[in-house]
Design a protein around this ligand. Structure first.
Ligand code: OGA
Ligand code: MN
Length: 302
């Protein structure tokens, strides 16, 4: 029997009683879905599982994302789509994806089929003076939507935004000194900007969320460029107000599952190259979560 305990903060809940060593029942899976819609980020402490159990559970949420861009040179010792996120190097090369989203973003908002959840499992957590480093910070986009001034909400209703992979790629490359070349024309063609509604109805909560993020969102399509820039800057500032934010401080064997539709996130960059952080990760696309038959699992468990 799952026990779901809200953190009491603006988002997040701790979930006890999930066992991945046998298939999770539809009812428990439905309760996890509802908790994701309600709390955005779920923390499962002290989890122990085999990598194929992790993969099987991840696939319940949807398909695993392939490479963000074709030809990206990440030596990922992936296991059936289970990735590695770490600053560990072997023979001078990162063993997995290295730059853990160290600025605010939403995974896969730049894809036609957006991201639904990430499952991130902490194996090695850096510490200094006993305190964990490399936390993951989230901001609640249900709350950010609801707190928008009514006149702005009314004006932006029905509008759409463009999301571009290249925006974050260039930000990490140019502003953060990430060791990566500019995107090639071929990569650009493979990842053209995509459009999503600025206010989305969350498939599980049924409530509106603000769907934009500083990492990938480039334009409000229905506004002239300068007004789009001004409005986006205002939305970015609004969605990062401290009242919407909550940080997860990691412990080894934590599993975190978060909802990309109702939150934005960043990795906190407060540790050095010798402070080792090692995570296993599945990035799951929203190819199932808008499907009524899938949502029935959540409804039946409500
Ligand atoms: C991610 C990500 C944050 C972290 O996995 O998409 O941004 O704290 N990770 O590692
Ligand atoms: Mn991310």
């Amino acid at each position: 029997m799952l026990k779901i305990e809200p953190t009491g903060a603006v988002l997040g809940a701790t979930v006890h009683g999930l066992d991945l060593s046998s298939p999770v029942s539809d009812r428990d899976f439905g309760r996890v879905l509802n908790a994701l819609g309600a709390h955005g980020v779920l923390h499962f402490p002290d989890m122990h599982f085999e990598i194929d159990e992790f993969q099987a559970f991840s696939l319940r949420f949807g398909d695993i994302q392939g490479q963000p861009v074709p030809g990206q040179t990440v030596i990922d010792k992936a296991y059936g789509g289970v990735g590695t996120l770490s600053n560990l190097k072997e023979n001078g090369q990162y063993i997995g994806a290295a730059y853990a989203g160290q600025d605010w973003h939403t995974d896969m908002s730049y894809r036609e089929t957006m991201g639904f959840v990430n499952l991130l499992y902490g194996i090695r957590i850096p510490r200094r003076d006993g305190k964990p480093l490399g936390g993951t910070e989230f901001s609640n986009m249900h709350a950010a939507h609801d707190a928008l001034p009514e006149d702005l909400k009314a004006r932006l209703t029905g509008m759409t935004a463009s999301h571009s992979f290249e925006k974050f790629w260039e930000h990490m490359r140019v502003d953060k000194g990430a060791d990566r070349p500019p995107m090639t024309d071929e990569q650009r063609r493979a990842r053209p900007p995509v459009t999503h509604p600025l206010f989305l109805t969350h498939p599980i909560s049924g409530r509106k969320v603000l769907y934009c993020n500083p990492g990938y969102t480039t334009r409000i399509n229905e506004l002239p460029p300068d007004e789009s820039d001004r409005t986006l800057n205002l939305l970015f500032e609004h969605q990062l107000e401290m009242r919407f934010r909550h940080t997860h401080h990691w412990t080894e064997h934590d599993l975190i599952i978060w909802d990309h539709i109702g939150t934005i996130h960043r990795a906190i960059d407060d540790y050095g190259p010798d402070d080792i952080r090692l995570m296993r990760r599945c990035q799951i696309m929203a190819n199932k979560v808008f499907d009524p038959a899938f949502l029935q699992l959540a409804r039946a468990a409500a």
